[in-house]
Design a protein around this ligand. Structure first.
Ligand code: PGA
Length: 270
């Protein structure tokens, strides 16, 4: 059974004091909440601080990173190795976020290599895929998403998606307040799952597919009540402990219901 994952992507925000407040705030707000995995991806500079703060309060919040290099070590000035992230307590690594693809010219192939490197280092990649506004208007959404996904499958095989996370993030919805409707997001999520199912039904059934792009406390439940939306990658709203906690709690409640219903249907068919 899939378990929802709500992750805060803090991007290039915060300082030591802000990070401390946020972590303490989120931990208090979400103390005792079950049925959802909760993760945060602070800027890499603050990973160690975050790790210490989380262990001080024995928090269940999982640590993530926003990016990583493909190389494990060597002459790559300024880069961060997957091994280093792992040493600093990182479990999830966001790969191929549209801001990396756009501002750092990361290609599908590079993203696929990073995906492999993260897995080999014993962490879980969160593979971001999604279309631009122009591609959306041209009706190319599925073509773009499957191309980005196939880059990973081509190098690694479909089984590489086992135990990993995909984040569908339409670029036009990121940080704009113009979120995809839950119905449209569900349509794309189920199409992504169907695309994977052509090669492996088992992998398709188990892979977590998050939605990302202007997820807020007000619209979160609408996504989580869709059968193929398994959580969210949250930017802006994750910078406020209360907002982020509301989103995570909505995932826990909604997904509990949806997954048990899906399982029930499945059992009836068998
Ligand atoms: P947003 O960002 O929630 O601010 O739209 C999402 C993301 O970039 O992951």
């Amino acid at each position: 059974m899939r378990r929802p994952l709500v992750m805060g992507n803090w991007k290039l925000n915060g300082n030591k004091a802000v990070i401390e407040d946020l972590i303490k705030g989120i931990d208090i707000e979400l103390n005792g909440v079950e049925g959802v995995d909760i993760a945060i991806a602070p800027p890499v500079m603050f990973l160690d601080l975050a790790k210490q703060l989380l262990s001080q309060v024995q928090s269940k919040i999982i640590l993530g990173a926003q990016n990583v290099d493909v190389n494990l070590n060597g002459s790559f000035t300024g880069d961060i190795s997957p091994r280093m992230l792992k040493e600093f307590g990182t479990t999830y690594v966001i790969i191929g976020h549209s801001e990396r693809r756009e501002y750092h010219a990361e290609s599908d192939e590079l993203v696929a290599k990073k995906f492999a490197s993260v897995k080999e280092s014993g962490m879980v990649p969160i593979l971001c895929i999604g279309e631009s506004n122009a591609q959306n208007e041209a009706g190319e959404t599925l073509e773009v998403c499957t191309r980005q996904l196939d880059a990973v499958i081509k190098i690694q095989g479909v089984d590489a998606l086992n135990g990993t996370v995909i984040a569908y993030e339409p670029i036009w919805a990121i940080g704009t307040g113009k979120a995809a409707t839950s119905k449209n997001a569900q349509y794309i999520h189920s199409a992504i799952r169907a695309h994977i199912a052509v090669q492996s039904e088992e992998v398709a059934k188990n892979v977590i597919i998050q939605y990302g792009g202007s997820v807020k406390p007000e619209n979160a439940a609408a996504y989580f009540t869709q059968p193929d939306i398994d959580g969210a990658l949250v930017g802006g709203a994750a910078l406020n402990a209360k907002s982020f906690a509301v989103i995570a709690k909505k995932a826990a409640t909604a997904k509990d219901l949806i997954y048990s219903r899906t399982q029930f249907i499945g059992k009836n068919i068998i």
